[in-house]
Design a protein around this ligand. Structure first.
Ligand code: PDD
Length: 288
């Protein structure tokens, strides 16, 4: 990470300073995005910025930003950090006030920070190079507004950390009715008898951009049947395939859930088709 963006300036990270009175620091009062870029081509730039603007509106952060403004910052960050496989992290907090006070006023200037970090190369459907994931299951103990991509991620951090402490990669989360919500940092899909199934969006899940692209790509370019609906814990444990999806993992196959090996440890056929279609069409979503 050689050059970051902070409030209008491209500077070395050690020069990037924010006030301790920033509400992002004090309250986690902000919205963020992660946009993948491979060789200076973004994946889902338009829906990523749409979601960022929706999040800012949802928590009433006033700002002057639009797609073109963020595009310029993202391009500059790619260029100034050597291109290649990069994730662009964008973080807008409500900004620094004069004192710590739960209520916010409308006249604070938001703090805008962005930086580029290395991500794994885009998965190609080559069995020797595919990352597969071991996940645990847990009850979803996060807040009730998980559809907002808030920088307040303590609930996600705790779930994620638990899996890592147990030697796993991620945690699949189930609500009080034993319905799958998502994972600590990914959305989830299952495959059963050739049907791709993913939990329907609501306040319990982030509307993932990878999820959105997968659904659109499968609809446009395949005959694979897809269902968006409630997915029960029993269905997840009986699934032929389980996928984690996110901007840095793309379509990530799960090989183990708790002590259960998925699909006898093999990569799934529907995963192969889906990841190949994703690879072919991932750059189609950058016009606004
Ligand atoms: N995580 N659900 C949660 C809770 C997430 O944090 C993420 C992304 C996703 C997938 O969303 P998308 O497909 O838009 O990346 C689902 C990012 C990558 C992160 O926090 O670093």
């Amino acid at each position: 990470m050689s050059i970051v963006y902070l409030n209008g300036e491209f500077i070395p990270p050690e020069q990037a300073k924010i006030s301790p009175m920033d509400r992002g620091f004090l309250f986690g009062d902000g919205i963020y995005e992660v946009i993948p870029s491979y060789d200076n081509k973004f994946v889902g730039f338009t829906p990523h910025i749409d979601r960022l603007l929706d999040g800012l509106a949802a928590i009433e952060i006033n700002h002057p930003y639009d797609h073109a403004f963020f595009e310029e910052i993202c391009h500059q960050l790619c260029e100034q950090n050597g291109g290649g496989d990069l994730g662009i992290y964008i973080h807008v907090s409500r900004g620094a006030d004069t004192k710590r006070h739960h209520a916010f006023t409308q006249n604070i200037r938001p703090t805008l920070f962005a930086y580029a970090f290395e991500i794994p190369p885009a998965p190609c459907v080559d069995d020797t190079k595919i990352n597969t994931y071991k996940v645990i299951s847990a009850q979803d103990l996060r807040w009730q507004r998980c559809n907002i991509k808030s920088t307040s991620l303590l609930g996600n951090v705790m779930h994620y950390q638990r899996s890592h402490q147990a030697g796993f990669d991620e945690t699949l989360l189930f609500n009080e009715k034993d319905e799958l919500t998502e994972a600590a940092s990914c959305n989830c899909f299952i495959v059963k008898d050739g049907v791709v199934i993913t939990p329907k969006l609501d306040h319990q899940k982030l509307p993932g951009i990878t999820r959105l692209l997968i659904l659109d790509i499968l609809d446009k370019y395949s005959d694979i049947p897809v269902e968006e609906r409630v997915v029960t814990r029993d269905e997840v444990f009986a699934a032929d395939e389980i996928w984690l999806t996110s901007s840095t993992k793309q379509v990530g196959p799960v090989r183990q859930l708790d002590d259960k090996i998925i699909n006898n440890g093999n990569l799934g056929d529907i995963w192969r088709q889906t990841q190949a279609l994703f690879t072919a069409h991932q750059f189609d979503y950058n016009d606004y």
